[in-house]
Design a binder for this molecule. Structure first.
Ligand SMILES: NC(=O)c1ccc[n+]([C@@H]2O[C@H](COP(=O)([O-])OP(=O)(O)OC[C@H]3O[C@@H](n4cnc5c(N)ncnc54)[C@H](OP(=O)(O)O)[C@@H]3O)[C@@H](O)[C@H]2O)c1
Length: 295
């Protein structure tokens, strides 16, 4: 392996699993990996394994100049700044500009499926970042990460408690993928990048409607779960009554609208092909999560 790999957001759930798989699955030497975080103190375990840690904060240009020095492959993990004020796109553009300045050899980025044709409120952050990476002239690999199976925890515990799952997703399908399967695929892509500029879409094996997912959940937990199909406006109203903070409601509703319109129904082999490993099935994920789902 030539050059060093930097993973930003290394203390996050995805970033930490990517570094785990670089070391444990892809066989990359610890000395070839740099873990970046706003708070390197959170990376003490990695430092103990011989991984260099650096402070990387996309809001702090100086941390990027120092942090990207000597890096050949840079994975920009998209941030969680969903304030609706363009913060996340600004953060990512700062990272791309600093990568150019530092002479990074290849940029990798965690995007979302169909970033260019999506109803999700934050899709423009991802599209804008993809466009900036392409315009930079730097070799690149885009990972369009499908929705995590773990996202089901946003709705299912409450739905199981009441027996009713309110959804505006209609008959739209979605192929959830375990976060760890995405991490393994990304680690493999970082360790052995394509020679070309490439975009992967990392999805699960099977696309299902909300009713099909509810039936599986019911089978696994032994609890009845009915999907109550509502409109976007009714879903938003229900969330408001349930105390969901107002700024989050349009984004949450846009997830269902996007699914309903078939914009996240794609199923690809990309995750399996990249990692060379099988994917966790939704049945197995639900079985392993049963206790947590039932609270
Ligand atoms: N596909 C999906 O279903 C799905 C679901 C949720 C989120 N996402 C996206 O995927 C990303 C990774 O997911 P996750 O599960 O790991 O989420 P997470 O645990 O919430 O991680 C958030 C990440 O954002 C990083 N970050 C926040 N502010 C930053 C800044 N100013 N500069 C640099 N990094 C910053 C954090 O890094 P440090 O704290 O280490 O600095 C952390 O890695 C999320 O941030 C989000 O963009 C995708």
């Amino acid at each position: 392996m030539t050059g060093r790999i930097l993973v930003t957001g290394a203390s996050g759930q995805l970033g930490s699993r990517i570094i785990h798989h670089l070391l444990a699955t892809s066989g990359v030497e610890a000395s070839a990996i740099v873990a970046g975080s706003r708070d390197p103190a959170k990376l003490a375990d990695l430092a103990g394994k011989g991984v260099e840690t650096r402070r990387i904060d996309f809001d702090d240009a100086a941390s990027l100049t120092e942090g990207f020095a000597g890096i050949e492959r840079l994975l920009i993990v998209s941030t969680d700044a969903l304030d609706g004020a363009g913060t996340r796109l600004r953060q990512h553009l700062a990272a791309v500009a600093a990568a150019k300045q530092a002479g990074v050899g290849r940029i990798f980025y965690t995007s979302m499926p169909g970033a260019d044709d999506s109803l999700i409120t934050f899709a423009p952050d991802h599209l804008g970042t993809e466009e900036a990476i392409k315009a930079s002239g730097i070799a690149h690999t885009i990972f369009r990460n499908g929705w995590y199976m773990e996202n089901l925890f946003m709705a299912l515990p409450q739905a199981l408690a009441s027996g009713q799952w309110y959804s505006a997703a209609g008959d739209g399908k979605l192929a959830h993928i375990a976060r760890d399967d995405i991490a393994r695929a990304i680690a493999a892509g970082l360790a052995s990048p394509s020679a070309e500029n490439v975009t992967y879409t990392l999805t699960g094996d099977t696309a299902r409607t909300t009713d099909e997912i509810a039936a599986l959940v019911s089978d696994v937990t032994g609890k009845p779960l009915a999907v109550v199909h509502v409109s976007d406006a009714e879903l938003a109203q229900g969330m408001e009554h349930a105390g969901v903070p107002a700024p989050f409601i349009p984004t949450l509703v846009s997830f269902d609208a996007n699914t309903r319109e078939g914009k996240i129904a794609m199923v690809t082999d990309d995750a399996r092909t990249l990692s060379g490993a099988g994917l966790t099935s939704l049945e197995d994920f639900l079985e392993a999560s049963k206790a947590a789902l039932l609270g």
